[in-house]
Design a protein around this ligand. Structure first.
Ligand SMILES: [Fe+2]
Ligand SMILES: [Fe+2]
Length: 392
């Protein structure tokens, strides 16, 4: 029989680790004699053995005893469940896998968590892991990535236009933070990369809010105007309860349109700070859009009825916003002035033309992405046209 002397080490000091270590390699039924000088050793050893399903015979005189190794599947871990496999996602993730790492062994009786999104079809996209890795590698620091001190000189009205556009961007970015943050708390952690991607998306938006705020206040005391039409549009987005519908409205249509807007501001922004923050934000937005499109395209391939649901959601939102003003004049005019860059009539004509082209490019982008999800040409054209005039 194998023998272990614990000397004076007690169970209140980690003695169980030595016993466990000595049991490794013993087959069920084989025995280990344990001795030691710690007070109450026998009592502690008996309790420990009972907890893990090992047999126990005490030595005389409170000096330990003989441990008979139990069957491997006896004790606390009887009935434990494997939480899937580390590198494969399950069709369904049971509630009791809870926060456990994918592929871990979950003790029987673990609490049931209420994650609402716990099937592969609801959340997964094949390129979620790739997009997450790409997102992590592309993080930038607002303090060092932006030339905050670059010299520039703008007309007062052009500066006002920039501030107004920034004010508009900030409230849109805030909606884009709140929505993924809410869904992140509903995604079953088994679909880890989607959870990580949503968290990263929220962190990206946090940076966008920061840089647009900083640009708005670079030369002004306070930001510009927030309109009823703009906020009403965003509220329908923030209030959307379904993940697929919210992904369509936010990531595919909203952030898709925003991507075009940010490219526009990068190209036509009147100062180096505006141009650079829009370039940096656009890089992040491209990733957010990519996840939304691939997630919905994959889901619609597996369950084509989804397209009907998405179509009614676009119509519902359009009807809800039909009585609001859509993109407010303040933002539209500010975009024209900003794209004009000065106050001459020929510059304004050019700015106006550029904003018209911007709206056409946004429409084309929406149509293209709707087609990639699975809508036919006519439906994609119509639904792209029903999107909120607020852009997001
Ligand atoms: Fe953003
Ligand atoms: Fe975004």
């Amino acid at each position: 029989m194998k023998h272990l002397d614990l000397e004076s080490l007690g169970f209140d000091e980690g003695a169980h680790l030595l016993v466990k270590h000595a049991l490794v390699g013993l087959r069920p039924g084989e025995r280990l004699s344990v001795t030691g000088a710690a007070p109450s050793l026998t009592v502690h050893l008996r309790a420990w053995c009972r907890g893990l399903g090992h047999g126990f015979e005490p030595h005389s005189g409170d000096q330990g005893g003989v441990v008979r190794r139990g069957a491997a599947d006896v004790g606390r871990w009887r009935g434990a469940d494997l939480a899937g496999s580390p590198d494969d996602v399950a069709e369904e993730a049971p509630s009791h896998w809870g926060l456990g790492a994918r592929g871990c062994t979950v003790e029987a009786g673990a609490p049931e968590y209420g994650f609402a999104l716990r099937s592969r079809d609801e959340v997964w996209a094949e390129d979620a892991p790739r997009l997450y890795a790409q997102g992590v590698a592309a993080q930038w620091d607002p303090a060092t990535a932006v030339p905050w001190d670059a010299p520039f000189d703008l007309d007062d009205e052009v500066e006002d236009a920039v501030v107004q556009v920034m004010t508009y961007l900030i409230e849109n970015e805030t909606a884009a933070l709140v929505v993924p943050a809410r869904f992140a708390s509903q995604v079953h952690p088994h679909y880890r990369e989607v959870l990580q991607l949503l968290a990263l998306q929220a962190a990206d938006e946090a940076r966008h809010i920061e840089v647009f705020t900083r640009r708005a206040l670079l030369r002004r005391e306070r930001p510009g105007l927030s309109t009823v039409g703009g906020q009403a549009s965003l509220k329908t987005l923030v209030d959307e309860r379904e993940f697929a519908e919210a992904t369509l409205l936010l990531s595919v249509l909203g952030e898709g349109s925003f991507l075009v807007l940010l490219h526009f501001l990068h190209e036509h922004g009147p100062d180096p700070v505006t141009r650079e923050i829009c370039r940096l934000a656009a890089q992040d937005e491209a990733r957010h859009v990519a996840f939304g499109v691939s997630h919905l395209a994959e889901q619609a391939r597996r369950a084509p009825a989804l397209l009907g649901r998405l179509e009614s959601c676009v119509r519902r939102r359009h009807d809800a916003l039909a009585t609001t003003a859509g993109l407010n004049e303040e933002v539209f005019d500010a975009l024209v002035v900003l794209a004009a860059g000065s106050w001459t009539s020929s510059a304004l004509r050019e700015g106006w033309k550029r904003v018209q082209a911007l709206e056409r490019a946004m429409h084309q982008g929406r149509k293209l992405r709707l087609a990639r999800i699975g809508f036919d040409d006519a439906a994609a054209e119509e639904l792209a046209g029903l999107h909120t005039r607020n852009f997001m």
